[in-house]
Design a protein around this ligand. Structure first.
Ligand SMILES: [Zn+2]
Length: 492
């Protein structure tokens, strides 16, 4: 579909959704905003610049620093006040290179990627027997017995097709790595889960506390190695991991703001993360939603629409490594959090927004329903009052601030997730514009309407954890302990 035809379709969809909307002033503002966002804006140019010209931008990299400059410039040229807000990253970790070669009875090269926070190997490589670790279960490790000591464990995976598969990957990795390193393996090498030998990088179970070599191997060659092992061949893996690593350092979020006309000291946040992993160019995750956030700010300013409350447009950094930028925001703005009415995150690519997760705050549902009314032609929308862990709403949730996560159709998000294939061409630009319209309607409503809720205290947050699967999700991302210890989240 050409852009022109795409926008024609878009305009039709929206026109259908608007009977009698222009009556009220607020509705009129939403209508103008939506109309502008569906028109000819620099959204696509912005995404091309961020994804193609700057490219993959893990926090701590030169590309990430360029992305910060770029974002500041985009807001400034739109006439929107923006600033860099420093926060501390706990450790530096960037992959320089990773290589792997199967040696022994049969020899061949395998493309490899280091998993986040994997430790470096000696420059000549870590050479060790390669063992069939099957699924890496307790039984699998028991079967291998003492032979796993000092070996590379090759672990099978299912081919990844969707977002539920992704969550299974996270959950399983946690257990596999705990077991394997407890049994004394030298390193874990996963059979890549992505079809067509695509490489990707995921957070390992222990995150920044990992002290072991961890690799993802291209699927086809890794499966070949598994077949050879099962045919009784004796193999070694020679793998090199070269990383740039270091202690704490300062990184920056980019926070832009349109000050409220009536209640400037109350805040509504729309957030997306600026950083990405470095194998692809972070177009779906999360360049497209960065472009959405910038375009929303730009169009509000261009139309002179000033909401009752202050709207903050937050481009967080350090998300991929452990949600550090939004945590930093929560600390820097601690004194204002009582006056944060709502903080939203957009982070599931460019699939259609199907509704929002309200993360345990069912009092948001009624406001959301009203907010989505002007864009109901882009629905149906189903809002779900469940807590979600995995993006920048997390520290707002743990601080008791009402928060939303846009729920989206998976589209092509799963197969390209954190992968070399996450590039500009994967983004559905027409759909992204429609999502911007949905975001605009929601942000405008929350910035305008009277709300009955307040910030939750620690007991209320703990009650949410106790009454849902939140603890399991937090454990999966290594985030339960920081809450329990009081390192992260609202204090008593
Ligand atoms: Zn993301």
């Amino acid at each position: 579909m050409t852009p022109t035809r795409g926008f024609a379709v878009v305009a039709m969809i929206v026109a259908v959704a608007w009977p009698g909307l222009s009556a009220a002033g607020a509705a009129d503002a939403v209508e103008r905003l939506v109309g502008a966002l569906l028109g000819d804006t620099p959204l696509e140019r912005d995404l091309r610049q961020l994804a193609d010209q700057i490219g993959g931008r893990p926090t701590g990299s030169e590309a990430n620093r360029r992305a910060v400059e770029w974002a500041l410039t985009r807001f400034q040229e739109a006439g929107v006040d923006a600033r860099r807000e420093p926060f501390e990253m706990p450790v530096l970790w960037l992959e320089r290179s990773a290589t792997a070669r199967v040696e022994g009875d049969v020899e061949f090269a395998v493309r490899a990627a280091a998993m986040p926070y994997a430790t470096a190997t000696p420059a000549a490589g870590l050479v060790a027997p390669l063992l069939d670790g099957s699924r890496g279960s307790a039984d699998d490790l028991a079967r291998l017995g003492e032979s796993v000591r000092g070996a590379w464990l090759l672990v099978e995976t299912d081919e990844l097709t969707d977002i539920p598969g992704l969550f299974r990957e996270y959950v399983e990795a946690t257990r596999i790595e705990e077991r394997s390193f407890a049994a004394g393996v030298a390193g874990v090498a996963y059979v890549g889960s992505r079809p067509r030998d695509v490489l990707y990088r995921h957070n390992a179970s222990r995150g920044r506390h990992n002290r072991h070599p961890l690799l993802v191997l291209e699927r086809g060659a890794a499966q070949r190695a598994l077949r050879l092992l099962r045919a009784g061949r004796s193999l070694r893996l020679r793998a090199t991991i070269d990383v740039e690593s270091g202690g704490p350092y300062q990184a920056d979020n980019v926070v832009a703001e349109i000050r409220g006309r009536e209640r400037p000291d109350e805040f509504v946040v729309i957030g997306a993360h600026l950083d990405s992993w470095g194998l692809g160019t972070g177009a779906l995750d999360n360049g497209c939603n960065v472009a959405l956030v910038i375009d929303l700010a730009r169009q509000m300013r261009r139309l002179g629409l000033v909401p009752a409350r202050t709207v903050r447009f937050a481009l967080f950094n350090g998300e991929e490594q452990g949600l550090f930028g939004s945590w930093g925001y929560a600390r820097s703005h601690a004194a204002e959090l009582d006056r944060h009415v709502m903080a939203s995150s957009f982070d599931i690519g460019s699939g259609r927004i199907t509704g929002f997760f309200t993360n345990g705050r069912d009092e948001l549902l009624a406001v959301l329903d009203r907010a989505l009314e002007p864009v109901r032609g882009l629905g149906p929308f189903v809002n779900i009052n469940q807590p979600i862990v995995g993006t920048d709403n997390f520290d707002f949730m743990l601080e008791g601030v009402a928060n939303l996560v846009a729920n989206q159709e998976s589209a092509n998000y799963g197969p390209n997730y954190h992968a070399a294939t996450d590039t500009f061409d994967k983004v559905d630009l027409d759909r992204l514009r429609l999502n911007a319209a949905v975001a605009a309607a929601v942000i405008w409503r929350f910035a305008e309407t009277d709300v009955g809720w307040r910030r939750h205290d620690r007991a209320e947050i703990q009650a949410l954890i106790d009454s849902t699967d939140l603890a399991d999700q937090m454990r999966m991302f290594g985030l339960l302990e920081p809450w329990q210890s009081g390192e992260r989240g609202r204090k008593d």
